[in-house]
Design a protein around this ligand. Structure first.
Ligand SMILES: Nc1nc2c(ncn2[C@@H]2O[C@H](COP(=O)(O)OP(=O)(O)O)[C@@H](O)[C@H]2O)c(=O)[nH]1
Ligand SMILES: [Mg+2]
Length: 398
């Protein structure tokens, strides 16, 4: 072989080797390069490459909101979110049951407390004198305790103060607290339900008192405690009423049965009870109209709804009259009318957060003998508390 040929062969071999080496480099660079990075210098030599297409939008990377726990490397492995339990009464994708945190009455009764605070402060400073009884009576009336109940409470406090020789302001305030609490004691404030069967709670009351909102609050609380709740939109007088209830139902995660505007409320209640049976629901909350063409119509309709529920023996467990505390003594008059038309088993006193008229609780119980079972203290789904006389009086008289 001539030396020229040998040199030529070595050159060809060198070129082939270099070409091969470059090809492998590019291939491995392409494999290891994350997609979306443009080719950089020293990355493949001078050959022009078409820019790689941008990476398609993918799941967010670690650290971004909503990032997938399994996607990123370098983060600690996390437990996947556990799947929510399958509950046939809850439409897919709605909120999980959580018992709302219970507000403290003392935090919400600021206005009612302020009414009493002035006179009680005076009594504490001056001690008990002739003026005391008069100003105490005025204050109880301002708080809407009512004429009869105020007079009775004060007569007892006065008699006890004399008999027990209580002359100092602090002692008198303690007596007042005890007597107010005594007025409220001994009532059954439980919300009744049937064990192992369907219970229906009917909510009645005039327009705007807070029936629909209260039903939402009760639904949230009951569902949070593991009950299977269904709402019945039997206020068919206004289309907006059923819409409002349906919006609340979605928010608190319970199903709702509704009819057309103007439909027979009785048929809605009937359908709701049927739906409750097939869905294994244990508590139906019925929202009713607060206004009809006449008050006579309204009362007749409520009585009819009551009869429809009673067709399922034992199901009607509560007829809850909702009263707006800010209406004071006017609420008492309403309570009287409803109590005559339907067998009211308990009162829900709403809007106690925004009124000085908290004393209406005493008037309702003393004059009608109906226990206040729940108290509304705000507009949110958690703003409902079971009525506790000791907590109430302590929040009012400080
Ligand atoms: N501050 C306050 N507002 C309330 C309470 N309960 C209901 N409301 C408000 O009262 C208004 C009427 O309530 P709604 O439930 O529609 O009354 P309904 O006509 O009896 O069904 C709404 O604006 C509610 O947010 C409460 O306890 N406190
Ligand atoms: Mg309503």
């Amino acid at each position: 072989m001539s030396p020229e040929l040998v040199v030529a062969l070595i050159l060809v071999l060198a070129v082939v080797l270099v070409a091969l080496g470059l090809g492998l480099n590019r291939l491995s660079a392409r494999r290891s390069r994350p997609s979306g990075h443009a080719a950089g210098p020293g990355d493949g030599g001078a050959t022009a490459t078409a820019p790689e297409p941008p990476a398609p939008p993918g799941p967010p990377t670690a650290g971004e909101p909503g990032s997938s726990p399994s996607a990123p490397t370098g983060t600690l492995p996390r437990e996947p979110a556990s799947a929510p339990p399958v509950r046939p009464d809850v439409p897919a994708g709605v909120v999980e049951p959580v018992a709302p945190a219970r507000p403290r009455l003392a935090d919400r009764l600021g206005k009612a407390r302020a009414v009493l605070a002035g006179v009680l402060g005076g009594v504490r400073v001056r001690g008990v004198d002739d003026e005391t009884w008069e100003s105490l009576e005025e204050t109880l009336l301002l708080a809407d305790v009512g004429v009869r109940t105020s007079a009775e409470v004060l007569a007892t406090v006065q008699a006890r103060a004399a008999a027990e020789r209580v002359g100092d302001g602090e002692g008198l305030v303690a007596l007042l607290r005890e007597e107010l609490e005594a007025c409220l004691s001994g009532r059954d404030r439980r919300l009744h339900r049937r064990e192992g069967g369907l219970s229906v709670w009917l909510f009645v009351g005039v327009n705007g008192v807070g029936k629909t909102t209260t039903i939402a609050k009760v639904a949230a609380a009951e569902r949070g405690e593991g009950h299977r709740v269904l709402l019945a939109a039997a206020d068919t007088f206004r289309a907006a009423a059923a819409d409002q209830l349906a919006a609340w139902a979605e928010r608190v995660g319970v199903p709702v049965v509704r009819g057309q505007e103007g439909a027979d409320p009785g048929s809605v209640v009937f359908d709701a009870i049927e739906a409750a049976r097939t869905r294994d629901v244990d508590l139906v909350l019925v929202d009713t109209a607060g206004r009809l063409h006449t008050k006579v119509n309204l009362m007749a309709e409520l009585a009819k709804l009551q009869r429809i529920v009673e067709r399922t023996p034992g199901a009607l467990q509560e007829v809850l009259l909702v009263i707006d505390a800010t209406t004071g003594q006017n609420g008492l008059a309403q309570a009287r009318q409803f109590a005559e038309a339907v067998g009211v088993t308990g009162v829900v006193l709403t809007k106690l957060d925004g009124t000085a008229k908290g004393g209406i609780v005493l008037a309702i119980e003393a004059e009608l003998g109906i226990p206040v079972k729940l108290v509304g203290v705000g507009e949110g789904p958690g703003d409902l508390v079971p009525f506790d006389p000791a907590e109430f009086v302590a929040a009012l008289v400080q």
